[in-house]
Design a protein around this ligand. Structure first.
Ligand code: UD1
Ligand code: CA
Length: 461
């Protein structure tokens, strides 16, 4: 590619979304719409980009790649006007060609951006428009072709006569422009149309006048799909979901009931892993081979090794090494490294902890801010008491230790290797390796002291 740049139109607000945030931050598969577009640009190898922003500038800037330039469009006077806001950026960068895209049409494919550039250059076009065929073209700009197959005009819905309205070839809202042509053509467009806006699409007229060619590239209709309201957003989610799941299925991931799982666009899953119904997998989650995930599981920004099983549980920002078994009903909170073949069972919460290989925490426990060695068994109901009301403290348990049921470990505390702790102990002090520790009241039995039956009436005996 020669020196090219992208102009990303993103000045829309969230009014029809009934949202406080700018429209382009509304999410498709848990990712802002505009991030889909910036990811596609990166994949297409286009680094230089200026985003045209209107409302919520700071919020949008926060999700843009750091090296992006931005231009402010204070008043929304149309797509042509929006591109004008980036004219200085195009001029000063000395770019030869410019791709213009919309921040609210997330399903544009990187391959298409590249392919259209090739066609645009080969044909020596002033502009090349992404077009699509829709059975219901209402709302879109209609493509009027000349007899050589070039584009002679793009007519907006509001300006179209009944005959033009019947055209079902539409402008998808993405274009490659010859940079010099674009800058000159923008100078020449006016607001004399039904909406009183500067239409970017009117640059086609300048090309026709100047005897330059405008080409068309037919894409899948999803490239044109944008969202103006929540209904549209929901339709985009559905379509995006098909894309993601199709890719995973063709990579050999087993998803027997594909309508019942939701997988984000950046999730990576290896072959022979099964994703059962009720799973939500999001963020930068990576799952290895031969795992069984679900039913009813949410994984967020989590790395899962090979041969793991996660049933009806939540795992957030953590790492599960090979052969780990989680759940049902476990909550693995951020900052955990769960070692090989560890078993974490029902109603166990683990937070900011490292659990050594082959250890087990099978039932009803809280393990927070802890380092647990290898081969430990933490009995039912153990609690690391990590919070004293002001500060959090760590618990350290050496390898091959056995912590009996209903033990409280009052942190900060360190237990050595092969410690044996009796059930019901409240540990307040460190324990050396190989020690047996019991910290509870001896049971007292007082015979014949319940003659009157404090609990049961005599008649019930
Ligand atoms: C535009 C095209 C139409 C095409 C459709 C595809 C024009 C005149 N029409 O229509 O032919 O079929 O897209 O979706 O270009 N924006 C700004 N500032 C503005 C106006 C718009 O940043 O002043 C941004 C919007 O936030 C949006 C994009 O430009 O991301 C497109 O604007 P929109 O108003 O949705 O254009 P359409 O009327 O849909
Ligand atoms: Ca639109």
């Amino acid at each position: 590619m020669e020196k090219v740049c992208a102009i990303l139109l993103a000045a829309g607000d969230g009014k029809r979304m009934k949202s406080q945030k700018p429209k382009v931050l509304c999410e498709v598969l848990f990712q802002p719409m505009i991030t889909w577009v910036t990811n596609a640009l990166a994949e297409a190898g286009i680094e230089n980009c200026c985003a045209v922003l209107g409302s919520g500038v700071e919020q949008v800037r926060a999700v843009l790649p750091e090296h992006y330039a931005t231009a402010l469009q204070q008043e929304r006077k149309g797509t042509g006007h929006a591109v004008m806001m980036a004219a200085d950026y195009i001029k000063s960068g000395g770019f030869t060609d410019v791709v213009v895209l919309c921040g609210d049409a997330p399903l544009i494919k990187p391959q298409d951006i590249k392919a259209v550039y090739g066609q645009h250059k080969a044909d020596g076009n002033a502009a090349t428009v992404f077009v699509a065929h829709l059975s219901d073209p209402a709302g879109y700009g209609r493509i009027v072709r000349d007899k050589d197959g070039g584009v002679s005009a793009i007519v907006e819905q509001a300006d179209a006569d009944p005959k033009t309205q019947k055209i079902n070839e539409i402008n998808a809202g993405v274009y490659w422009f010859d940079a010099k042509f674009l800058l000159e053509a923008l100078d020449g467009i006016s607001t004399s149309n039904a909406k009183g806006e500067y239409y970017l699409t009117d640059t086609v007229g300048a090309a026709v006048k100047g005897d330059r060619r405008v080409g068309a590239y037919t894409t899948h209709f999803t490239a044109a799909m944008g969202a103006n309201d929540r209904l549209g957003l929901s339709a985009l989610n559905k379509m995006a979901q098909y894309y993601v799941l199709d890719r995973l299925l063709s990579d050999g991931v087993d998803i027997p009931f594909r309508d019942q799982v939701v997988v984000g666009p950046n999730v990576k899953i290896s072959a022979d892993t099964t994703i059962l119904p009720g799973c939500i997998l999001k963020g930068d989650t990576t799952i290895g081979e031969g795992c069984e995930i679900g039913p009813n599981t949410q994984l967020t920004n989590t790395v899962v090794g090979n041969g793991c099983k996660v049933v009806a549980s939540f795992v957030d920002s953590s790492q599960l090494e090979d052969g780990v078994s989680i759940g049902p009903m476990a909550n693995i909170r951020p900052g955990c490294v769960i070692g090989q073949k560890v078993k974490i069972g029902d109603f166990v919460e683990v937070k900011s902890s490292v659990i050594g290989a082959k250890s087990a925490i099978s039932h009803l426990s809280y393990v927070g801010d802890s380092d647990v060695g290898e081969g430990c068994n933490l009995g039912c109901g153990i609690v690391t008491v990590n919070y004293d009301g002001k500060n959090k403290h760590r618990t350290v348990i050496g390898s091959e230790s056995f912590i009996g049921c209903n033990t409280n470990l009052i942190a900060p505390i360190t237990l050595g290797d092969r410690v044996y702790c009796a059930a019901g102990t409240t540990l307040t002090e460190d324990v050396p390796s190989e020690a047996l520790v019991i910290g509870r009241c001896r049971q007292t039995v007082k015979e014949n002291k319940n003659k009157d039956g404090l609990r049961f009436k005599k008649s019930n005996r």
